[in-house]
Structure formats: C-alpha cells, structure tokens
Design a protein around this ligand. Structure first.
Ligand code: UT7
Length: 323
C-alpha cells in the first residue's frame, strides 16, 4: 500500500468588484481589443479596501472544507501560497488558522510567486506522504492589485485578486498510476532570470514596490518550460500525455495556455480556462481554476490532471494528480 495525498474538496473566493477591460481605457493608452487579443483577459476582480489576502484565503478554505464535508477541527496543517501576505509576518497561513478557529496544527506560507500553488501542493504532498499530517489545506491567495503600477499599461491590465483552496487527505493507494491523489511533482527555478519579473521593493529595502515584468521574455520561457515540466512530471508518474483528462494551467495568458497545450499535443477542450474572467491571480490561479472546473462539471472524480505554472524567479513546476 502507498500513502497518497488525495484532493477531497475544493473551493474559491473572488472579491465582489469586477473590472472590465474597458475601464482601463479611461486612464491608460490601451484598449479592450489589445488586452483581449494579446492576453485573453476580459475582466478581473479587485479586492475591496481593507480586504486582504488572509480574508480571501479563509473564504476559499471554508468553501473547500464544506465541499469536502470536513471542519477546521479535521485539519492538521495549512499551507498558503502567496507573494502578497497581509503583513511581513506572521504568515498569512497562521492568520487563516486563527480565522478558521483552529488552536492546533501548524501553518506556514510558501512564496514562489505564480508557481506558488504548485510548490505548496508539492510541500503538502510531502507532509502527507511522510506521515506528518493526515489533512492539509492548500491555499493560493493573492491581492496583486496592491502591487500594480497603475501607470504601466504593460502590467496593470493583466493581474487580478482572488483565492482558491483544496483539502488534501491521506488515503491508501495501490502504488500505481490508477491511484487517486498526487502521483508526481516537478519543481524548478533559475534565479539568473530574476530581472524578468520582480517587485522593485521589499522589507530589507524599506519599500513596498511595484511589479515589473519583461512580458515578452517571460512569455518565451513560459511556453518552453511549462510543457517540459509537465512532461517531466508525467514521466515520473509513468503516464502518457494522451491519458491526461485535464490540463489545469496557471492562468496568465491564453496564448501561453494554447502554446503549452499544443506542445503537449493535447486539444484545448482538455484545458480548464478561466483567464478571461480572473486575469492573472498568480498563486491563486490554479486552485481557482480547479474549483471553477469542478463547479462547471469539467473535473470529475477519477480524472487525471496536470497543473503547471511559471512565475517570478523564474520558478516553475508541475503536479500530476488523479482527482
Ligand atoms: O504569471 C507570471 C508569468 N507571466 C506571464 O506569463 C506573462 C507573460 N507575458 C505575456 O503574457 C505577454 O508578453 C504580454 C501580454 C504581457 C504582452 O504581450 P506581447 O505580445 O508579448 O506584447 P509586447 O510586450 O511585445 O508588446 C507589444 C506592444 C508594445 O508596443 P510596441 O513596442 O510594439 O510599439 C507595447 O508597448 O504592445 C504594447 N503594449 C500595449 N498596448 C496597448 C503593452 N501593453 C499594452 C497595453 N495596451 N495594455
């Protein structure tokens, strides 16, 4: 028998305020047509004043617990993937822990920008497989609207706020690729590319800073690296790409999503796409897409999924799991 980390519930939260592309036309030299055709984004949600990453993460966590039929008392650990925590410390995860009313277990954040959820899932899987936890809430939550330079049209039209969560539970599998749960993961980073996507501020420089991106450079790396990491993870799991039911990609740009699917020789009707409605929500984008994919009736128990993401670092990776 093999201990597996199985997703038993998913949920998400989006802030109330929806901003359509056309709203940017009033303040920037841009157009709905440019944003739509270059990125696939049509609208995004922005957090209300005072609404923070931990608030959104807690809403998503509650929705995931509800869908799993579990309560916070059943949770051993919380891992929050975020680059936009409420405070420098403590972690957003410990804030979620207290907002859920938990007084035991442990909680910590993972910071790998847009690849954060893939990194968090990998860490949570290790906690479960090694026997340190039986149930782990894995959350991606971001308020990227707080680090936008609203005068920079090449970045501020691309990002949005939101949160998504899954509850992982230890279950016994046969040790084959037919098992439910996480079957393989693949993580990578290359700090030589840190100048391609970064925030020009931080604690040790006593500034907050704004997101800076050389979009076309990141684009080039994304298509090449995402397909490669997805194939590596599939190889580790002993699964052929043709057996994949759903690619659930990081939702940054429809052209990257299409390019990756093409490189994997999979049709777009096997891809969960939410970028048009959420924009790029960084670490929140994959759990948001998972939860929306379940809600839409796309992702069903037993389906084989590949998630893949790339972001600042550069950091990238993929997770293969059977839902
Ligand atoms: O989530 C983390 C990973 N991030 C990503 O995956 C993002 C990756 N990059 C992208 O998605 C794309 O590169 C962008 C959507 C950011 C940009 O698309 P692009 O096709 O690579 O365009 P570009 O950056 O090469 O810019 C083309 C033109 C430029 O004008 P010139 O120099 O050709 O005259 C830009 O100044 O488009 C201009 N431009 C805009 N025009 C209207 C840039 N932003 C805008 C805008 N509206 N908002």
């Amino acid at each position: 028998m093999t201990r597996r980390a199985v997703v038993i519930g998913a949920g998400h939260y989006l802030p109330e305020r929806i901003v359509e592309n056309a709203e940017f036309e009033a303040t920037l030299d841009t157009s709905d047509e440019w944003i739509r055709s270059r990125s696939g984004i049509e609208r995004r949600h922005f957090a209300a004043e005072g609404e923070t990453t931990s608030h959104m993460a807690t809403h998503a966590a509650k929705a995931a617990l509800k869908s799993a039929g579990r309560t916070a008392a059943d949770v051993d650990a919380i891992v929050v993937a975020t680059s936009t925590p409420d405070l420098t410390f403590p972690s957003a995860a410990t804030m979620v822990q207290s907002q859920l009313g938990m007084t035991s277990g442990f909680a910590f954040d993972v910071q790998a920008v847009c690849a954060g959820f893939v990194y968090a899932l990998t860490n949570a899987n290790a906690l479960i497989v090694s026997g340190q936890a039986d149930r782990v809430l894995v959350i991606g939550a971001e308020t990227f609207s707080r680090i936008m330079d609203w005068t920079d049209r090449s970045t501020c039209v691309l990002f949005g706020d939101g949160a998504g969560a899954v509850l992982l539970e230890a279950q016994e599998g046969e040790g084959t690729s037919a098992d439910r749960g996480i079957l393989a993961t693949d993580l990578n980073s290359d700090g030589r590319y840190q100048d391609l996507l970064y925030v020009d501020g931080g604690v040790s420089t006593q500034t907050t800073g704004h997101l800076r991106m050389q979009g076309n450079q990141v684009f080039r790396h994304a298509v090449e690296k995402l397909a490669a990491t997805a194939h590596t993870a599939l190889d580790k799991a002993g699964i052929a790409a043709t057996d994949v039911d759903w690619i659930v990609p990081h939702q940054a740009n429809i052209r990257i999503i299409q390019g990756t699917a093409k490189k994997m020789a999979l049709p777009m009707d096997k891809v969960v796409v939410t970028v048009q409605d959420h924009g790029n929500t960084s670490a929140a984008s994959i759990p948001l897409a998972l939860s929306v994919g379940v809600e839409r009736g796309q992702i069903k128990p037993g389906d084989l999924l590949v998630t893949e993401a790339i972001g600042g670092g550069l950091a990238w990776g993929a997770v293969v799991l059977r839902w």
